[in-house]
Design a protein around this ligand. Structure first.
Ligand code: ZN
Length: 128
């Protein structure tokens, strides 16, 4: 059961994800060096956060591979809504709790060829 606050957090993160997907798409159309940093929008759930987080495209895509993973600035994690699964100097990777999965997954990218609907339903065996 999602309370209103957690729902808002999840919706906020899904919105940032949309922005970053467009950014990722735009960046791909210009030449970037391997390992070159791109300023993505911090994907944390703080409504007033407008900061950027520097990731390489590889790092971003690794996070993006899982609908429930988000890249946030260190300290921007929200303990009761997500788990920190990796702590780097530039960014943390957080995983949304399963209760928020329907929200963040529903707004995923449209170019997920090969991904069957429902692949991210709770109960799926973790791939890692
Ligand atoms: Zn943030």
């Amino acid at each position: 059961m999602l309370d209103a606050r957690k729902r808002r957090i999840a919706e906020n993160e899904a919105r940032f994800r949309e922005i970053n997907d467009r950014l990722d798409h735009d960046v791909r159309t210009v030449a970037t060096e391997p390992g070159e940093m791109v300023d993505f929008v911090c994907e944390c759930g703080k409504l007033d956060c407008a900061l950027t987080v520097s990731l390489t495209l590889d790092e971003y895509r690794h996070v993006r591979d899982d609908d429930r993973l988000f890249a946030v600035l260190p300290g921007h994690e929200i303990g009761d809504a997500e788990d920190v699964i990796s702590r780097g100097e530039r960014f943390f990777v957080v995983r949304k709790h399963a209760e928020a999965a329907p929200i963040v997954s529903a707004q995923g990218p449209t170019d997920r060829s090969g991904d069957s609907p429902g692949a991210n339903l709770p109960g799926r065996a973790p791939s890692d």
